[in-house]
Design a protein around this ligand. Structure first.
Ligand code: PEP
Ligand code: MN
Length: 337
């Protein structure tokens, strides 16, 4: 249920929160520009008892949230959310470019990657330390050592870092070294992992599962938010279709669809969608034109020797070309990098 406050005074909001909790629901306070609301979420049965709160003087209105995703939906928050990640802002007109290698491979590789993407204009550094690989025999990532190298490369260039946690147990250590926790496509419905990320105070990048619907994706965001972490950024990275020419099919329509359903920022990962480096630049341009709040791009100083995803990684020069291609489009779309 949405409880729209007639007063935003902290003691009035606190009073409503208390009442909601007494009725056995969890209260999430959402402060918007035009209004403050308390979203009461929990068991759908018996939620009508919350309507009694309408009799309080500092409550304007109580009404049900119709969509299954309660906190992620537009119903509770009309304005776009802006997620802050260190010096980077994502959403509400702020465009973010997360770039870097698929995997952290060595100190030299991650440092030079950071310098290259920073010089070209990226706003965040990516790099996997715990890698979710299809084969158990493929490179699994440098793990803790990789996290430390990524953090150091981010600090040296002033770029906040994003990296993946693949199990609930990894969330603590990833949150310690990274500025943003990535949840990969293969883990979008790993509910233990979602809950663990929801308990963290770091923002979360939630990739869409390759076989998940938009509704399922938003329900996964809901798992994170229900634990008290409102800082979720959605990432469309291609879905599996009958097409075999590309690794996945980029669902560019997800951008305007999400925009309508949710206040959360949405970014596009053209690298994993395409699986081929030559498609990355045009799809990055399409992402900006569709209204995305950012992109995540794989760049490797030397893709031929990459330990993962070399075929879809841009060389330094191509990454600079991509940045130059999107700049005029960002201006047209009224977005700032
Ligand atoms: C990645 O970002 O390197 C990755 C593994 O992505 P996805 O989860 O989208 O496959
Ligand atoms: Mn990759």
């Amino acid at each position: 249920m949405i409880i729209v406050m007639a007063s935003s005074r902290p003691e009035d909001v606190e009073h409503v929160v208390q009442k909601v909790e007494e009725l056995g629901y969890k209260a999430h306070v959402i402060v918007g520009v035009e209004r403050t609301v308390v979203a009461a979420v929990g068991d759908e049965r018996g939620k009508e008892r919350l309507t009694a709160l309408e009799s309080l003087a500092h409550v304007e209105r109580v009404f049900p949230i119709l969509k299954p995703f309660k906190l992620a939906g537009r119903e509770v928050r009309h304005e776009d959310s802006i997620v802050e990640c260190g010096s980077a802002k994502i959403g509400g007109g702020h465009f973010c470019v997360m770039a870097g290698p698929c995997s952290v491979e060595s100190e030299e590789q991650v440092n030079s990657s950071a310098q290259i993407v920073k010089a070209a204009g990226a706003t965040m550094l990516r790099g996997g330390a715990f890698k979710p690989r299809t084969s158990p025999y493929s490179f699994q990532g440098m793990e803790l050592e990789g996290l430390k190298l990524l953090q150091a490369a981010g600090r040296a260039t002033g770029l906040p870092v994003v990296t993946e946690a693949t199990t609930p147990e990894q969330v603590g250590v990833v949150a310690e070294y990274a500025d943003m926790i990535q949840i990969g496509a293969r883990n979008m419905q790993n509910y233990g992992l979602l809950r663990a990320a929801g308990k963290s105070d770091k923002p979360v990048l939630l990739k869409r599962g390759m076989m998940s619907t938009i509704n399922e994706w938003l329900m996964s965001a809901e798992y994170i938010m229900a634990e008290g972490n409102p800082n979720v950024v959605l990432c469309e990275r291609g879905i599996r279709t009958f097409e075999t020419e590309t690794r996945n099919t980029l669902d560019i329509q997800a951008v305007p669809v999400i925009r309508k359903l949710s206040h959360l920022p949405i970014i596009i990962d053209p690298s994993h969608a395409a699986g081929r480096w030559e498609l990355v630049l045009p799809m990055a341009c399409a992402a900006v034109a569709a209204g995305a709040d950012g992109i995540m791009v794989e760049m490797h100083p030397n893709p031929e020797v990459a330990m993962s995803d070399g075929q879809q990684s841009l060389k330094p020069k191509r990454f600079s070309m991509l940045m130059e291609a999107i700049r005029p489009l960002l201006q047209v779309m009224n977005k700032t990098l």
